[in-house]
Design a binder for this molecule. Structure first.
Ligand code: ARG
Length: 430
C-alpha cells in the first residue's frame, strides 16, 4: 500500500481506507487532465511569488507536462492505492524529481485542488451541453421552417383540440431549448471563477497570485471568499444538474411526443430506419427504443440532482460527504450530454405523414375557430360557444391548411415567430 499524503506514521485500517476511497480514484481519472493543468498554473504562481525557484518551477512543469502527455495517451492509470488523483500527482512528482515534487502542495489543499479540477471539467461539460442543445434547437428550427404549414392537430389532454401545424409544434421545442440554454450559460458563469488559493477553505498565509493563476486557467475571475467557494461545492453541482435537467425535460417532452406520434394508431411519423431497434421474437417490429431511453434519461439526471441536493445539507467548511457529489454530477452530465448529442440527428431524420395528420384534423377541431368567427361577427362569445357546441356534429370538415392561414393572418397561434426564435438562438452562437 502506498503511503498516504497525510500519513504521519500511525496505522490505518485497510477496510476504512477502502470505504473512504471507494470509487473516488476512478472518478478522479476523469479529472486528472484538469488537475494536472491546474497544478501547472499553481506551480507557476508559486514561482512568481518566490516560493519556488525558477529551476524548481521548470522541473515541476516539465514533469507535469510529461504526466499530461502520458495521461492523454491513456498511460497514467490511477489505482485504488492512489487514494485519489491529487495524491497520485504529488507521488509521481516526488518519485521523478524528489524534493521539488515535495514542494508542489505548498499553499494548497486537496480541498481547493478538487474544486478547481471539478470546475474546469464542469465548464467543458456545460459548454458541450449548450452546444448540443443549440444544435438540437437549430435542427428543430429547420424542421419548423420546412413544415411551417403542414397541418397537424393541436392536442390538450391528449385530445384533439384545434388545427395546428408541425412547424408550430417544432417551434415550441426551439423556444423551450433556448430557455434551457440560457440557464446552462448562466450556470457556466457561476462555475467560471477560480477557487485555487482557498486552500482548505480559509486561504493561506502566502501572497498567492490568485488572479494570475485564474487567468492562466482561463477563468473569468477569482472566487473571492474561500469558505464560500468551498461550501459552494454541491450547491453549484445541484445548479448544474438542474440546468441539465431543464434541457432533459424539454427533450423528454419531445421524446414522449415522438413515441406517441410513432404509435401505430397515430402513425404521424416514421423514425429514421437507423434510429429504430428490433424485437427478438416479433419479426415485424421497428421499435422506438431510442426515444424511450431519452425519456428515462431525464429521470437519471433528476435522480442525480436529488442525490447531490441531499448531500449538501452540511454546516460550513469541508466535509468528506462532498466527495459523494462527484459521482452523481458526472453521471447526470454524462446522461445529459449523451442525450443532447443525439438530438439533432434524431430530429433531422424524422419523416412526417402529411396525409394521416391532415385526416386527424376532424370537423370538431374547427369548433373554436368557428365560435371566434361568430364572435367577430357580433355574437357574444358565450352564446357563440353554446351554439357551436350544439352544432358540432354538423360542423363542416374544414380545410385545415386554409384554417391555419386564417390563424396566421389573425396573428394567432399559426404565427410561428421563427425569425424571432432564430435571433434568440443566434445570441448563443459562438
Ligand atoms: N476526494 C476528496 C473529495 O473529493 C478530495 C478532498 C479530500 N480532502 C480531505 N480533506 N480529505 O472531496
Amino acid at each position: 500500500m502506498s503511503v498516504r499524503l497525510w500519513d504521519k506514521g500511525g496505522a490505518t485500517d485497510a477496510q476504512m481506507l477502502r470505504y473512504t476511497s471507494r470509487d473516488d480514484w476512478q472518478l478522479d481519472q476523469r479529472l486528472l487532465a484538469y488537475d494536472l493543468r491546474a497544478t501547472v498554473a499553481h506551480v507557476r504562481g508559486l514561482a512568481r511569488i518566490g516560493v519556488l525557484s525558477e529551476a524548481e518551477r521548470d522541473a515541476l512543469v516539465r514533469e507535469l507536462e510529461v504526466l499530461e502527455a502520458q495521461n492523454e495517451a491513456g498511460e497514467l492509470r490511477l489505482t485504488e492505492d492512489d487514494e485519489d488523483g491529487h495524491s497520485a500527482i504529488e507521488a509521481a512528482l516526488v518519485a521523478r524529481i524528489g524534493d521539488a515534487g515535495k514542494k508542489v502542495h505548498t499553499g494548497r489543499s486537496r480541498n481547493d485542488q478538487v474544486l478547481v479540477a471539478t470546475r474546469l471539467y464542469e465548464r467543458d461539460a456545460l459548454d458541450e451541453l449548450a452546444e448540443n442543445a443549440t444544435a438540437g434547437a437549430r435542427a428543430l428550427l429547420d424542421l419548423a421552417r420546412r413544415e411551417a404549414e403542414t397541418p397537424m392537430p393541436g392536442y390538450t389532454h391528449l385530445q384533439r383540440a384545434v388545427p395546428s401545424s408541425v412547424g408550430y409544434w417544432a417551434a415550441s421545442f426551439v423556444e423551450g431549448l433556448t430557455d434551457a440554454i440560457d440557464v446552462v450559460r448562466a450556470t457556466r458563469a457561476l462555475v467560471d471563477r477560480c477557487p485555487l488559493g482557498g486552500a482548505a477553505g480559509f486561504g493561506v498565509n502566502l501572497p498567492l497570485d490568485r488572479v494570475g493563476v485564474a487567468r492562466e486557467l482561463g477563468f473569468a475571475g477569482v472566487a473571492l471568499n474561500p469558505l464560500a467557494s468551498q461550501t459552494s461545492r454541491g450547491i453549484i453541482e445541484a445548479q448544474i444538474l438542474a440546468a441539465a435537467w431543464q434541457v432533459m425535460a424539454v427533450s423528454r417532452r419531445l421524446a414522449w411526443d415522438l413515441s406517441l406520434f410513432a404509435m401505430s394508431e397515430l402513425a404521424f411519423i416514421r423514425l429514421p430506419e437507423a434510429f429504430t431497434t428490433g424485437s427478438s421474437i416479433m419479426p415485424q417490429k421497428r421499435n422506438p427504443d431510442v426515444v424511450e431511453l431519452m425519456r428515462a434519461a431525464c429521470s437519471v439526471v433528476q435522480g442525480a440532482l436529488a442525490e447531490v441536493q441531499s448531500i449538501v445539507a452540511l454546516p460550513s467548511g469541508y466535509h468528506r460527504d462532498l466527495q459523494l457529489t462527484k459521482g452523481p454530477t458526472m453521471r447526470g452530465l454524462d446522461e445529459a450530454l449523451a442525450t443532447s448529442r443525439l438530438l439533432p440527428r434524431l430530429v433531422e431524420g424524422l419523416a412526417f405523414d402529411r396525409e394521416r395528420m391532415a385526416r386527424a384534423i376532424t370537423p370538431e377541431c374547427f369548433a373554436t375557430d368557428r365560435a371566434v368567427e361568430l364572435a367577430v361577427e357580433g355574437v357574444p362569445f358565450r352564446e357563440a360557444y353554446r351554439k357551436v357546441a350544439a352544432e358540432i356534429a354538423a360542423l363542416p370538415a374544414g380545410d385545415a391548411a386554409a384554417s391555419l392561414r386564417a390563424r396566421v393572418s389573425l396573428g394567432a397561434p399559426g404565427n410561428l415567430a421563427l425569425d424571432d426564435l432564430a435571433r434568440r438562438l443566434d445570441r448563443h452562437a459562438r
